[in-house]
Design a protein around this ligand. Structure first.
Ligand code: AMP
Length: 284
């Protein structure tokens, strides 16, 4: 596996792969790899002949400086894990390589970014995400890019950006990988103390309660949201939001029908966690 620091090195690697007829898969990440990241790399390896992974803690998508400062970084270990997954190029650039002096251009998806994470973290968060993903797409020029369902809204926003800007890559969304007890894997989980690690299960419990409520026949989203939030509070966690919305538009649906996203965010100790589940709601 090659570790690339510059755009030119990535482009040279990708050009070589293309010259030998390989398709190019791309997995953008912020590092501190866990099994969720590795599942995306594995999937990319199955689908494509050449795999590029980026490791870049993107400063523009952090709305809290303390979160950026505390974000776990261990590139040497990450490089070992990526190599073991058969990754061809790990692109780990400096900030200046991605945001050159005088950088003045951003990419913004309207509408989809107004709700959930966009409402909680502010418009700058998704602007940071779409701007960096657009830059990375232009650098790597993948055939397929792989994102996690764990960040459901991010995957939708990136798909919309790719469609609207005619990005010639397919976006594939891969299932959320969880710990044995159901906690969604996240690079931020390492910052949870022992008590907070237990309380973090409230997110999964809230989603499960919302799902059970729908399964019992409830079709009013507000009632489902109340049931989910109550289950979280019973475990000592106050949700920032627990929202039941269309899995395609992220808009309201009442009564619930079709593909429904239940998305949750909550602060647990020093960490802000998110999780979600998609339900197929029948009309009967
Ligand atoms: P991050 O490094 O947190 O920016 O995540 C990089 C990619 O990995 C994103 O597409 C995430 O959605 C995905 N990802 C993060 N956590 C998980 C998980 N538990 N399961 C599957 N994918 C994940």
């Amino acid at each position: 596996m090659k570790i690339a620091r510059t755009i030119n090195e990535v482009r040279a690697g990708v050009a070589g792969a293309r010259a030998s007829g390989k398709t190019v898969g791309f997995v953008p990440t912020m590092g501190a790899f866990h099994a969720g990241h590795l599942s995306l790399m594995r999937r990319a390896g199955e689908a494509c002949g050449f795999v590029v992974v980026s490791l870049f803690v993107n400063p523009t998508q952090f709305n809290e400086q303390s979160d950026l400062a505390a974000y776990p970084r261990h590139e040497a270990l990450d490089a070992k894990m990526a190599a073991a997954e058969g990754v061809d190029v790990l692109f780990a650039p400096e900030v200046r390589e991605i945001y050159p002096e005088g950088d003045a251009t951003t990419v913004e998806v309207r509408g989809l970014t107004d709700v959930l994470e966009g409402a909680s973290r502010g418009a700058g968060h998704f602007r940071g995400v779409t701007t960096v993903v657009c830059k990375l797409f232009n650098i790597v020029q993948p055939d397929v890019a792989f994102f996690g369902q764990k960040d459901a809204q991010q995957a939708l926003v990136v798909q919309r950006m790719a469609r609207d800007l005619h990005v010639p890559a397919r976006i594939e969304v891969c299932p959320t990988v969880r710990e044995a007890d159901g906690l969604a894997m996240s690079s931020r989980n390492v910052r949870l103390g022992a008590d907070d690690r237990v309380r973090a299960l409230a997110l999964r419990a809230g989603l499960a309660a919302a799902e059970a409520c729908v399964e019992a026949g409830e079709r009013d989203p507000a009632a489902v949201e109340r049931a989910g939030a109550a289950a979280m509070r019973a475990r000592g966690v106050d949700p920032e939001y627990l929202a039941v919305v269309s899995a395609e538009s992220l808009g309201p649906i009442r009564p619930l029908a079709g593909r429904v996203l239940v998305a949750v965010a909550a602060r647990v100790g020093p960490v802000r966690l998110i999780d979600n589940v998609i339900l197929d709601v029948s009309n009967s």
